[in-house]
Write a protein that binds this ligand. Structure first.
Ligand code: FMN
Length: 622
């Protein structure tokens, strides 16, 4: 048989959807006779890209029109103005973008990549595809017609080999239960480390039905790890043990201690599973996420492994590409946020072999949280009890926190001489009810809430998008809800800047937003500390009878102050939920500039220029 035609399949993904889509295309490609191995864009060097002849790019957009982290290095190289316009003339390519039309910068990363590749001499063999999260049927609404045309165009460029079987990503070998009661240490992902959970507390001062639960978690980094204000902590959660037991024992009818070894089927592929023998408990606690919504391919795999005609028919319907099927899948799965575990519970006759099941289930992904504290901060917010017994100096009474007992200078010195740094995370606990009254809980926020104080969490550090400007540069922060996380860190760091430069007194502005002053005014007792240099404006949206008040209303109210800071060269940081707040805030700044005498167009242009020059930065999520 002729060898399969090789096509480079390159993805860039922030939270895993583009990566899953790339795998879906790879499976389909194999069925059609094309050999495709998904690979992250940043795993390729520019010299390697220059040698590629045929490539399919699958790229999501994050932030406000930003490329995902795992394409930023290559993207910077591609943007270099001195690259010759013929650099990629040997490359035929196409791009599928994953985005969301709620964002002004819809699918920016994919659009920009498409244009830049052409600008470097590459030829598009098929049009740009732009998937939209907002469509009820999700990405598939655009992916299906785009991929159909793409396969046909690809076949014209490169005749495919004979069709091969649907792809299974892994091989699973059943092992003797030979751990002798000894559990091997958990592997740490690259660049990650263990952090101790020192303390946790709810930040709500009163319970209100309409107020989501928010907690502060204090963690201790190992001595060789350091962070800066504005950085991000990546946390690898573990699945709830009750759910794992229910899935392994009741659904799969296996034992938690059954051992398997999982290897990638293609030896060149990377694998999220360690190469040693794993118990099923480990597999479903740490590596695979049965609490996540499954892909359409998952339904296809289930449909192949049920003896029950009715189940097979329903599952095949969910897996098919017709409009009716997409609608049915939306109603059953997407709208209800139904998990893979629940789907298998509902379709109890469908039991694929482990290798196929593991190839089709969503992987357990780490979650990213903006750190809500600044290193070496010894002011308010350093809770008593935050220090673990093992690291408390021997002469210090147990009930006293060192940061309260010691002058700040000494606490600072500890940080600089190899002692561990602590950090705070401010986390909204995800717990919602769907239209048909099913409770849906967020994996990582509930993992943190349920973690025991003293336990160790798998973490890593990433540089954040926000960096504290010099003291002369005024700062405007807009950060409703848990959006205050990175800004609390920056305010703490700024306070230290101010204290070490007593002659300079900035007059920065911060806009916070909560629902009720009495319930969810997060870290409410801390903000007065900074009053000498920071004006904190707080919008309590539901404390007024006549209307709701949001941060954007306060920005307009503070118009003259905002304009003064902008004229003095202020930097704007906008942090919080990615929709709809950032665009409403943008409009409020336009309004403020208009009141200062600018036209709407000139105001928009001024703010857009600030965005392009990194003086108006959005750090948003969800
Ligand atoms: C914090 C955040 C920011 C986003 N920003 C944009 C954006 O600027 N433009 C856009 O089209 N989509 C945006 N999206 C939507 C994502 O591109 C979309 O959800 C995509 O499926 C995510 O794919 P990924 O998991 O591979 O990163 C954003 C999503 C999140 C969570």
């Amino acid at each position: 048989m002729a060898p399969m035609a090789h096509v480079e399949l390159l993805f860039a993904s922030q939270t895993g959807t583009a990566e899953e889509t790339a795998w879906e295309l790879a499976r389909e490609g194999r069925r059609k006779g094309f050999l495709m191995e998904p690979c992250a864009l940043d795993d390729l060097r520019l010299e390697e890209l220059c040698k590629v002849r045929l490539a399919v790019f699958v790229v999501s957009t994050t932030g406000q029109g930003d490329p995902p982290m795992n394409m930023r290095r290559l993207w910077q190289e591609l943007l270099c103005a001195t690259l010759p316009a013929t650099l990629l003339q040997g490359l035929s390519f196409t791009v599928f973008g994953l985005g969301d039309t709620r964002y002004r910068e819809f699918n920016y990363a994919a659009r920009k990549l498409f244009v830049r590749l052409q600008g470097l001499g590459a030829t598009a063999f098929w049009r740009l595809g732009l998937g939209d999260d907002q469509h009820d049927f999700g990405m598939e609404q655009e992916l299906d017609p785009w991929s159909e045309g793409m396969w046909a165009a690809l076949a014209e460029k490169l005749p495919p080999a004979a069709e091969s079987d649907a792809e299974v990503r892994y091989e699973v070998e059943e092992m003797e239960q030979s751990t002798n009661g000894h559990t091997p240490p958990v592997e740490l992902p690259e660049d990650s480390f263990w952090s101790e959970l020192l303390a946790k507390r709810s930040l709500l001062s009163a319970e209100e039905e309409d107020v989501p639960d928010v907690w502060n978690f204090r963690l201790r980094l190992p001595p060789d790890q350091h962070y800066l204000a504005g950085d991000v902590l990546v946390v690898w959660p573990e699945m709830d043990s009750v759910l794992v037991r229910r899935f392994v024992v009741d659904t799969l009818e296996r034992s938690l201690t059954d051992c398997i070894r999982i290897r990638p089927k293609c030896s060149s592929s990377s694998s999220p599973f360690p190469s040693r023998a794993l118990t099923l408990e480990e597999v479903f606690s740490r590596y695979v996420d049965v609490s996540a919504m499954p892909s359409r391919h998952f339904f296809h795999v289930l449909s192949q492994h049920t003896p029950d005609e009715l189940h097979k028919k329903k599952l095949s319907e969910f897996a098919s590409r017709t409009l009716e099927a997409k609608d049915a899948l939306y109603e059953y799965c997407k709208r209800e946020r139904r998990s893979a575990a629940e789907v298998m519970w509902d379709f109890w006759t469908a039991r694929p072999p482990l290798a196929e099941l593991l190839s089709a289930l969503p992987l357990l992904r780490p979650r990213r949280y903006s750190i809500a504290s600044s290193p070496k901060w010894a002011g308010p917010g350093r809770a008593v009890g935050a220090w673990s017994l093992t690291q408390r100096p021997f002469w210090m009474p147990l009930e006293v926190s060192p940061s309260r007992a010691l002058p700040r200078m000494l606490a600072d010195l500890w940080g600089e001489h190899g002692l561990s740094e602590d950090l705070d995370l401010c986390v909204g606990i995800v717990d919602s009810v769907t239209r048909s009254n099913r409770q849906v809980k967020g994996l990582c926020s509930n993992f943190l809430k349920n973690a025991a104080v003293g336990s160790r969490l798998r973490c890593s550090l990433e540089r954040g998008t926000l960096q504290l400007p010099a003291l002369e540069v005024p700062l405007i922060m807009v950060c409703p809800g848990t959006g205050l996380s990175p800004c609390r860190a920056l305010v703490q760091a700024r306070h230290r800047q101010v204290q070490s430069n007593p002659l300079q007194r900035p007059k920065d502005l911060m806009f916070l937003g909560f629902r009720h002053q009495r319930a969810d005014f997060l870290y409410g007792e801390e903000w007065d500390t900074f009053e000498a240099w920071l004006s904190v404006q707080v919008a309590f949206s539901r404390d007024h009878e006549d209307k709701k008040v949001y941060v954007q209303d306060l920005i307009e109210e503070q118009g003259p102050h905002v304009r003064r800071l902008l004229d003095a060269g202020a930097v704007i940081f906008v942090c919080g939920r990615s929709h709809p707040m950032p665009s409403q805030v943008f409009d409020a700044f336009v309004e403020v500039l208009q009141h200062g005498g600018m036209t709407a167009e000139a105001a928009t242009q001024r703010l857009r220029l600030m965005q392009r020059t990194q003086r108006y930065i959005c750090d948003t999520w969800g």
